[in-house]
Write a protein that binds this ligand. Structure first.
Ligand SMILES: [Cu+2]
Length: 173
């Protein structure tokens, strides 16, 4: 059975590491031992095995010649969005905020995007529907965005001061 060639995989792997982290710190070239340079060269020329090549990379990492800072990739969940859809202004329409109740986690920054043809605001309310000053956007024209970062768990109501029949919720866990 033919082995999957690491010769093909390794360049891809290194490229991926570069993409996830900008903190790879190559120490000065002088600190890279001669045998490491030779191993890399000979690997390219297929004179050394994949095991030797991997051992060389292991040596570089273990001796902090290559340092890799691991970063948690949580961006996809950290910037959830609420759409203010076209027709949202219409009291008899069904263009509700989407989602109507956004569930997220403490520390998340929520972005509202106005895709309606008229301006809207995003104004915070308490549980009883009374306006408070937690967040209050300027009028958002078509295509405008408003962001707010929710630091504490809770249930946050909001509405549009131009179209107060439009009410939405952000639930922070
Ligand atoms: Cu509105």
């Amino acid at each position: 059975m033919k082995e999957i060639s690491l010769r093909k995989i390794i360049p891809i792997t290194i490229f991926s590491i570069l993409l996830i982290s900008f903190s790879i710190d190559f120490a000065s070239a002088e600190s890279v031992p001669e045998w490491v340079k030779n191993t890399a060269l000979w690997y390219g020329e297929e004179k050394v095995s994949e095991t030797e090549f991997l051992n060389m990379i292991k040596f570089l990492v273990e001796n902090d010649i290559i340092t890799i800072e691991k970063k948690l990739q949580v961006t996809a969940n950290m910037n959830p969005g609420i759409l203010i859809p076209n027709g949202n202004f219409d009291i008899s329409g069904s263009s509700f905020y989407s989602p109507l109740n956004l569930e997220t986690v403490a520390g998340a920054t929520v972005t509202w995007v106005n895709e309606d043809s008229v301006p809207h605001t995003v104004q915070s309310q308490d549980e009883s529907g009374k306006v408070n000053d937690l967040f209050n956007s300027i009028p958002l024209n078509t295509g405008d965005r408003f962001e707010f970062t929710f630091e504490e768990p809770g249930v946050y109501n909001y509405f549009c001061s131009f179209h107060p029949w439009r009410v939405g919720v952000v639930t922070v866990k």
